[in-house]
Structure formats: C-alpha cells, structure tokens
Design a binder for this molecule. Structure first.
Ligand SMILES: Nc1ncnc2c1ncn2[C@@H]1O[C@H](COP(=O)(O)OP(=O)(O)O)[C@@H](O)[C@H]1O
Ligand SMILES: [Mg+2]
Length: 430
C-alpha cells in the first residue's frame, strides 16, 4: 500500500495517455492448424507470441525457419494446414515461389504472406496466386493474430459475439449496477442484441435490477453435465427489453458455488454464436473461474470507488490482466460513488496517474437516484433519460463496444480487397 502512496506522490505531472478505443475488435479463431515459415528470428518470435494470444487459444500453431523454400520443401510430402504463414524476406522471385507452393499446396489452405518493404509485387498478382492476406513487416504479434482471425471471421456465417466483463475493485462499489445500466444502454441506444450474465450466483441482483423473476438461471446451465446448445440456453434467458436478455443468478443458498476454471467456457462460447454482445457481471472474487472470465473477455471494465484499497486492487488487477493479455487493449476503468458527503477521497487525477490511464467515467454518488432505481427494479435511464449519469452509462457503452467512436483499426493491405471478394450474407441475429 505504501508503494501505491509513493507512486501517487511521485507521479509526474504529464497527463497519462487516453485509453485506447474498443474498435480494434478481433474475433477468436476456430480450431485450426497454422504453420509459419519465417526468415528472421524477429518474425518467428512475433508469430510465436501471437500463438500465445487468447484469440488463437484453440489454434495449433507451429513456427519453422527457412521461409518460402522451406515451405515448398515441407509440403512436397506433408499435408498442408488450414493456414500457411510465409515470410517473403524481400526475395526477388516471390511470385515464382508462390507458384511453386501452389503446386504442392492443398487448395483449401489459406496463405498469409509476411512481406517486406523490399517486395515489389502488385497486390493483384498476389491475390491471383491465392494469397489471402499480406502483412508488411516488421510485424507485431497482433498483426498476425488479426490476420489469421480475420480469415475466418470474414468468411464465417456464424456470428462471434463480443464479451464485456465488468468487475469491481472491491465488493459493493457498484460494479453490478454499472454492468446492468451499461448493458441496458448497449441494447436500448446502440440496438445491439445483448445478454447480461449474472455470475454472482449466490447473491446476484441482476434479476432485481431488471425486475425479473426467472425460474431458470445460469445454475441450470453450469450444473448440467452436457455441453449446452443455443436452444437450451435460449430457454434460460429472460427477456428484459427488445434487445436485452438476462441469464440470471439463482441467488439461493441451498448449494455452494465452487467451480473449476473452465466451468463457464461452453456457456460463453455457445452464447457468442448467437449474441453480438455479452455482458458478464463478475463478482468481486479472485478464483480460477473469475480470473478466466476476465482474461478471456474481449473487453474489461474495472469499477472502483475513490479510495486507497480500491486503487491498490485496481492497480493489481490491471497489472495481472495486462501481463496475461499482452495484445489486447488495456482494461478500462471507471470511478463510481464519487463525492460521497464527508468521505475523504483520492482524486481522479491521482487515480489516472497511478493506473496510467484516464477513467472512462467518474460517476457521482447519488443515493436517492441509485436507491430509487434499485428499489423499483428500474434502470437510471428509465427514471431519468437525460440525467447526466444516464449519459455517462451511454458513453461507457460506446467506449466498450466501439460503436459511435472513431475507427482506428490498422487493417492489413489486402483486407479491403478480401472483403470485396468474400463478402457473404450475415447471419440473422437471434
Ligand atoms: N453512484 C452511486 N451512488 C449511490 N449508490 C450507488 C451508486 N452506484 C451503486 N450504488 C449502490 O451501491 C450498492 C452496491 O452496488 P452493486 O452494484 O451491487 O455493487 P457490486 O456489484 O460492486 O458489489 C447498491 O445498493 C447500488 O444501488
Ligand atoms: Mg455485484
């Protein structure tokens, strides 16, 4: 704790950088095989590190050296994988090598070329030779993750929903309240079909907050031995608004809720196939499965009250999540219950300095507003759509989903072309 205090005192006056936006969304790749043939150790290291990214968690990736010629050699007598990554190394006869490769390569395999500034080849020649994507080096791990994943998300007819996890730096800070209000805004204002999953199985309040009393809950899914399918999960959802459904917590104490790390994986994966946006209301616990829910999410929002314990916990959570998700945008954080009468608080600037990013919002303490909403089973925006706090929830919704924000993703050079060729009708959203 003294460390944190010291950091607050020592932090320089330079303003921390703004939080990155959520636009750079990359959907996880399915269970595929990927083989890379690199020319340089730096590229090989970047590809290996991409292989550790959560979005390639299901993919099987191997890295070899030797570039194009090693690939042609290898596939003379071995079957080709789903994806071949080739580093060109700026060689003069890139097209001839691709022709050689085509003669030994299964036509179903997709090819990504890691190019060099020295390459002097028109893109249409690459496309003509069946190259699916071209990434200019020097490459970062995320370039490779994005390129591989986009090969599948662009051609897939199933939807891959985005998971947003909301968690408190301490208990009782208002994480659930914020998760529910933000999800409501995502559904109502951004018109994204959304599901809130209340993961606080023993004490969760999502049912109360949305004024729902469902018979079926997430316990029906997590305690059943078979893998849940979409139809089964659909029956557990209760509809709150046009675009918002709830997978409620049982909030009963007749059993205990200890789970292994992977207990919820199948539920999340199945829901992602039909739901564009899944908001996880994660209880303030540090267990194998809460940690995994956070680490596996596309975006994370940490909610903190402005005091020292919250600051320390938020810093620790950020550090752990940063380390385990090196290629993801950093977790966002917001302050809640700011300006509680008579309470000494750590100000927003000190939070921003210590956490090295700005909060996405600082929501004022307002016991009447929040108390009324909670007791009525209503959202803040239902009580007062134009209230400053309702606007803050909408703003957080935009920042988390990337909807209504400036685009900033750095696509590969062939991405627009590929989109033209591979565009297919989108799956109907459920
Ligand atoms: N900004 C706020 N001002 C006043 N009360 C709030 C505010 N945010 C949340 N609350 C109240 O704080 C309590 C705890 O909220 P909850 O969302 O259950 O916290 P958590 O999920 O972090 O444990 C609830 O009674 C809620 O209505
Ligand atoms: Mg909660």
């Amino acid at each position: 704790m003294s460390d944190i205090k010291k950091k607050i005192d020592e932090a320089s006056d330079t303003p921390p950088p703004p939080p990155p936006s959520a636009n750079d969304y990359i959907a996880a790749a399915p269970r595929i095989s990927v083989q890379a043939f690199c020319e340089t150790e730096a590229s090989a290291a970047a590809v290996r590190s991409a292989g550790d990214d959560r979005r390639l968690g299901k993919a099987h990736l191997t890295v070899k050296m030797g570039g194009m010629s090693a690939a042609v050699e290898a596939y003379h007598n071995a079957p080709t994988p789903n994806v071949i990554l080739l580093e060109s190394g700026g060689q003069a006869d890139l097209l001839a090598s691709l022709d050689d490769l085509a003669s030994v390569c299964d036509p179903g395999s997709r090819v990504i070329v890691i190019g060099s500034e020295k390459d002097d080849v028109p893109y249409r020649e690459l496309v003509r030779r069946g190259v699916n994507d071209y990434v200019v080096g020097p490459i970062e791990p995320l370039d490779i993750v994005r390129s591989i994943c986009s090969l599948f998300s662009a051609s897939e007819t199933v939807m891959v929903g985005r998971v947003i996890a909301v968690v408190g730096a301490k208990g009782g800070v208002g994480a659930s309240t914020i998760a529910h209000n933000v999800a409501w805004a995502i559904a109502r204002n951004l018109k994204l079909d959304s599901v809130v999953i209340d993961l606080d199985l023993a004490f969760g309040t999502a049912g109360l907050d949305y004024n729902q009393d469902p018979m079926q809950t997430i316990a029906n899914a997590v305690f059943q031995p078979e893998r849940p399918d979409s139809a089964f999960l659909d029956r557990l959802l209760s509809k709150c608004t046009d675009h918002l459904s709830l997978l409620a917590a049982p909030a009963t104490l007749d059993q205990v809720y200890d789970f292994g790390a992977n207990a919820f994986d199948a539920i999340f994966d199945t829901l992602r196939l039909t739901t564009p946006c899944i908001v996880l209301d994660v209880p303030h616990q540090w267990t194998a499965w809460t940690r995994r829910a956070l680490e596996g999410a596309d975006d994370i929002l940490i909610v903190a009250e402005p005091d020292l314990a919250n600051l320390r916990n938020a810093k620790n959570m950020l550090n752990v999540l940063k380390a385990s998700r090196p290629n993801d945008q950093l977790p966002l954080f917001c302050l809640n219950q700011v300006g509680m009468p008579k309470r000494p608080e750590i100000d927003r600037r000190s939070f921003a300095k210590t956490l090295e990013s700005q909060p996405v919002a600082a929501i004022p303490f307002d016991s009447r507003l929040f108390g009324t909403a909670a007791n009525n089973g209503q959202m803040i925006a239902e009580l007062s759509a134009n209230h400053r706090t309702s606007q803050m929830f909408l703003d957080i919704a935009r920042k988390l989903t990337g909807h209504g924000e400036e685009g900033r993703s750095r696509g590969s050079l062939l991405a627009p072309l590929r989109e033209m060729f591979t565009r297919r009708p989108k799956a109907e959203s459920a």
